[in-house]
Design a protein around this ligand. Structure first.
Ligand code: NOJ
Length: 578
């Protein structure tokens, strides 16, 4: 009887007598799909044009669903596709339940969503509700009369009270976030451009409208929401004076104001908790405490933080690796046991990743792009990969302001000119930093307009499409694209890369970023040479590099890892131990 019980016990444990018991995988607390997701950020205006009007559209996305699936991504964050006069490329919404005409119809949307789901890809919608468009019917009514039922959907300052306390606008050519509107002799508030009046979240009717909109999309089956600029939504409606020069540190005055957490808890109760959706807010507040308050599970607000400190590191003048290690390490440590982060090096508000973080000269471009993708896909936190970065798309040269499309660039130019800035220096900087760099059409082929459109593209195609394009890279085993596909597979199949603890190795190395990820008995080592020269690293005796899991150089032609050197921009993930 006793032996029988032992055998039964062993069988229950999944081991048979005489064999070494297999190690059980470690139990992972808080496992969820959105922590395991590989998110692809898709800028619809620039992805694929199906009807020749020069603007990307939903049918274009549908045409490329197999490509998206081939990337091994599991979710897509789609920049706004709602009806919009496009003052800020869709971040000025005039109908939250309508599809922008240039992008297609609601039935195109339904087919796109179904096609994504059939391929195991979830869809995250961009919800833009810190502000609407000035052409939204709410605002058209609100501005028409002080008695409009929608008047209190927005922030107004009656002109009879004099000039309102100064508010800084991120996009306005004068820098002023209050715009005088003669129709009702009042000023309205717009933290972004004058075409984007801020919604008044303090009004419960506004909040209910937003929850209804979100419910509409959740009922359609979308899988998540990215809340645009939401950290700015709450405002002190007494509009107090801010100290002079506050705009240099405006986040301290604009972000996470009283009331915001209440709104998020309400949104969670009304919408988020009722569906299997993930939620991420753009910006993570003023400090770690704010970020935790947004996303710690027991707060019942949002799921993951999207903090800017990392992506903001590279400046026009460059950046140093120490800072990168320090910032990413600090955020990781802070979220090691509570909350969850997003990991990204680019998005539609930045110039191209390889031009900012890597070396986009032809001889280093592919290796550095692959290294940066390796970083994003090997850190703890949900990776966000920006369209085109799977190819190593780069910045492009735009010399004259007339070539730019972005409202931030155009109004920034006007502001600089009116302030008497050195405009040659301004243009040089803009050429490197402009958001338009990150929005040029996707490079599908080396053909006309890179296969993006048969018409005239809304933004010029980068000249380097001849080398950087999907068709070419698809056929090259070692291309940035195929390396990206290998990386996403590795990430998806590896709990240690998703959940494992992060620890920096060879900390003071000025060229090499090395770290381990550990989960239970499993450990991997990541070695990244962030320089355009060969560079050496040194590992503690306890860390002996083992089999390579992935390398952006041909592993057969490489020195063994225990030789302690990496080629320019070489990126390796390996096991430990021989
Ligand atoms: C943040 C978005 O990412 C950006 O593209 C937009 O211009 C502003 N919010 C205003 O909506």
């Amino acid at each position: 009887m006793k032996n029988y019980l032992i055998v039964l016990f062993a069988l229950l444990l999944g081991v048979s007598c005489g064999e070494t018991p297999e190690k059980a995988p470690p139990a992972i607390a808080g496992k969820t799909w959105w922590k395991e997701a590989v998110i692809y950020q898709l800028y619809p205006r620039s992805f694929k044009d199906s009807d020749g009007d020069g603007v990307g559209d939903l049918n274009g996305i549908i045409q490329e669903l197999d490509y998206l699936q081939s990337l091994g991504i599991t979710a897509i964050w789609l920049n706004p596709i709602y009806s919009s006069p496009n003052a800020d490329n869709g971040y000025d919404v005039s109908d939250y339940r309508g599809i922008m005409e240039e992008f297609g119809t609601m039935s195109d949307f339904d087919r796109m969503l179904q096609g994504m789901h059939e391929r195991g890809i979830r869809l995250i919608m961009d919800i833009v509700v810190n502000h609407s468009s000035e052409e939204h019917p709410w605002f058209l009514s609100a501005r028409s009369s002080r008695d409009s039922p929608y008047r209190d959907y927005y922030h107004w300052w009656p002109a009879e009270k004099g000039v309102p306390p100064y508010r800084y606008s991120l996009f306005d050519a004068t820098g002023n976030a209050w715009k005088f509107d003669s129709v009702t002799n009042a000023y309205y508030l717009h933290y972004f451009s004058a075409q984007q009046p801020d919604l008044k979240w303090e009004n419960p009717e506004v909040r209910q409208e937003v929850y209804d909109i979100m419910t509409f999309w959740a009922e359609k089956g979308v899988d998540g929401f990215r809340l645009d600029a939401f950290q700015f939504a709450a405002k002190d409606t007494t509009y107090p004076e801010f100290p002079e020069g506050f705009e240099k540190d405006f986040i301290q005055y604009y972000a996470m104001q009283d009331g915001l957490h209440g709104y998020l808890k309400e949104m969670n109760r009304e919408v988020l908790s009722r569906y299997d959706v993930m939620s991420v807010s753009e910006g993570a507040g003023r400090n770690f405490e704010d970020a935790h308050m947004l996303v710690d599970a027991d707060r019942e607000e949002l799921d993951m933080a999207y903090a800017f400190e990392g992506v903001d590191i590279p400046k026009y003048e460059g950046y140093d690796l120490d800072t990168m290690k320090e910032v990413f390490g600090r955020w990781d440590a802070e979220f090691a046991t509570q909350g969850w982060l997003s990991i990204f090096l680019a998005n539609h508000d930045q110039a191209r990743m390889v031009s900012r973080w890597g070396d986009d000269r032809p001889e280093f471009r592919d290796a550095s792009a692959s290294l940066l993708n390796t970083f994003i896909l090997s850190m703890r936190g949900t990776p966000y990969c920006y369209y085109g970065d799977e190819l190593g798309m780069t910045n492009m040269d735009m010399d004259s302001i007339s070539e730019y499309n972005d409202i931030a660039a155009i109004n920034g130019y006007e502001k600089a000119r009116s302030e008497g800035a050195d405009m040659a220096a301004f243009m040089e900087r803009l050429n490197f930093t402009s958001r338009d760099n990150g929005r040029t059409p996707m490079q599908w082929t080396d053909g006309p307009h890179a296969g993006f459109t048969t018409g005239e593209p809304w933004l010029p195609v980068n000249e380097n499409k001849d080398r950087i394009n999907v068709a070419r890279q698809d056929t090259l085993p070692g291309s940035v694209l195929n390396h990206f596909r290998k990386l996403t597979r590795l990430r998806r199949e590896s709990d240690v890369l998703i959940y494992g603890a992060y620890e920096l190795v060879d900390a003071g190395n000025p060229d090499i970023y090395a770290y381990t990820r550990s989960l239970g008995d499993e450990q991997v080592l990541v070695l990244l040479n962030f320089s355009s020269e060969a560079a050496g690293y040194s590992l503690p005796g306890s860390l002996v590099p083992g089999n390579r899991l992935i390398d952006n150089y041909d592993p057969d032609a490489m020195a063994p890892l225990d030789a302690g050197t990496l080629r320019p921009w070489q990126a390796v993930i390996c096991k430990l131990g021989r």
